[in-house]
Design a protein around this ligand. Sequence first.
Ligand code: T5A
Length: 211
Amino acid sequence: MNKGKFIVVEGIEGAGKSTICNVIVDILSEKKIKSIITREPGGTPLAEQLRKLIKQGVEGDKLIPKAELLMIYAARIQLLDTVIQPTLAKGIWVVGDRHNLSSYVYQGAGRQIELNLIKTLSHQIIGDFKPDLTIYLDVTPEIGITRVCKRGSLDLIEQESLCFFKRVRELYLHIVANDNSMRLIDATQPLQQVITLLRITLINWLSGQII
Ligand code: T5A
């Protein structure tokens, strides 16, 4: 049986990741490829509880960066072991709304935790597991946050400063430029244009895969 592939969509808040994950599932379905969507942090009942704690916090007990990092990896390994790996083993593809790269950019560049610590933790927890393809949707923090603000109240990370999201974006751009399993899409354009670019990128990539 063929093993499924893992495609991840990354980007700052409001880049359009959730929207684009659904489009990827539709394109794969046109190609008769079955897929599911996962999100991080979250995606299992336990990991969803951790997500709530990370996004909303606990009144009077500020979540410190290293505790946040550990909770994110707890949620990630729970999702990986109980959902992602078993799904891929069945030959079903997984489309991830965020994965490991988010921890490097948010906890590393954003929260300024040493990247070596994140690298070590990542290696110990998820080993050499990595996406087959990462689509990075690039928007400026100004555009991303404006889109998210239209939705209403902001969670703890969304309330971070513009400087925080600028550091996050800078590290995304640096990593994506140096990894050939990643593709950058300019997501500042109108949604229909982003979808057109995504379709071209995905179909090109699929044509190079043995399915
Ligand atoms: N986190 C996560 C970490 O700190 N470390 C980690 O390791 C991980 C895995 C998750 C939070 O956790 C943090 C990062 C996050 O802060 P979340 O709510 O899932 O929280 O946050 P996001 O993943 O950023 O999700 P968002 O919903 O905020 O953004 P999306 O998914 O990028 O955007 P989407 O698709 O919901 O679109 C937002 C709005 O913009 C519109 C959409 O219609 C929607 O209204 N839109 C566009 N409008 C105009 N033009 C376009 N091209 C548009 N694309 C989308």
